[in-house]
Design a protein around this ligand. Structure first.
Ligand SMILES: *[C@@H]1O[C@H](CO)[C@@H](O)[C@H](O)[C@H]1NC(C)=O
Ligand SMILES: *[C@@H]1O[C@H](CO)[C@@H](O)[C@H](O)[C@H]1NC(C)=O
Length: 246
């Protein structure tokens, strides 16, 4: 048992009992106990992504250099959430968020800048706050009130992302956590993804528009990023494209 889990249990015994001990609830403990981050700065994991690999994943896909803080958040939450088990899957994740955020530059859906896309993502009665807008935010562009709600309760055990959806874009940590959360709960559950079929991850993220709709070229672009990243990560296998348009 690592320290982190031990602390989790102690806090639970102190009365902070969550309904579930799923790993993705742990970030709440980080938020409440920032001192823990230092204590647990080096959680064990089977693989590492170095800063150079992270940086080159952007540069060689023709985007500009990421910041050190972006790398630090990526690698920290990659380990601490334990949502991704192999380096290949980390490469898939990175390719997808690079596409979603145009090179880790945009954390709010660009077309929503003017009017917050009023009407595009209608609020579900009883789920969203009718005065808020649930358009794409964060590195994976979390959308729809029901996704904000599920992420909020899974990550923080309260409805903060429903009441203040801008956090997903404005707080760097939440931008990453929402992306890892989405990956863990909506993408990596796909058996195709687990088998390393990159198209299956695109299908999970934007299949309606990019696998069966009129935007196949976008899905192909995502795969191009992934192909570059596999080389940078020195994963010697032919990248598998299937699961989306083929
Ligand atoms: C990056 O730019 C080079 C040179 O213009 C081009 O050959 C390559 O296809 C581009 N890569 C991506 C992923 O867009
Ligand atoms: C995440 O990024 C923020 C903002 O740049 C930074 O303050 C914070 O220290 C980073 N977190 C980690 C775990 O590196």
């Amino acid at each position: 048992m690592n320290n982190f889990l031990a602390i989790f249990i102690i806090l639970s015994l102190n009365g902070k009992i969550f309904q579930s001990t799923r790993v993705k609830k742990l970030p709440q403990l980080i938020a409440d106990n920032t001192f823990l981050i230092k204590k647990n700065a080096e959680p064990k994991s089977e693989f590492e992504v170095s800063f150079d690999e992270f940086k080159n994943s952007l540069l060689m896909n023709n985007f500009s250099e990421p910041t050190w803080h972006q790398y630090a958040n990526f690698t920290f939450y990659l380990k601490i959430t334990n949502s991704i088990q192999t380096k290949r899957e980390a490469g898939m994740f990175l390719a997808q968020i690079i596409h979603e955020s145009m090179g880790l530059k945009f954390k709010k859906e660009i077309v929503c800048k003017k009017n917050e896309c009023a009407g595009s993502y209608p609020v579900t009665p009883g789920i969203g706050n009718p005065h808020k807008f649930y358009y794409g935010r964060g590195y994976i562009q979390l959308t729809w009130d029901f996704n904000y709600k599920e992420a909020s309760f899974d990550l923080f055990n309260d409805d903060r992302l429903i009441q203040d959806p801008d956090q997903v874009a404005d707080k760097e940590e939440v931008s990453w956590l929402s992306a890892f959360w989405f990956w863990e709960t909506k993408v990596s559950i796909d058996t195709g993804v687990k088998m390393g079929n990159f198209g299956s991850s695109t299908n999970r993220i934007n299949g309606i528009l990019e696998c069966r709709g009129h935007n196949l070229e976008k899905a192909r672009k995502r795969f191009e990023y992934y192909t570059t990243i596999l080389k940078i990560f020195e994963i010697n296998e032919k990248p598998k494209e299937s699961g989306c348009y083929n």
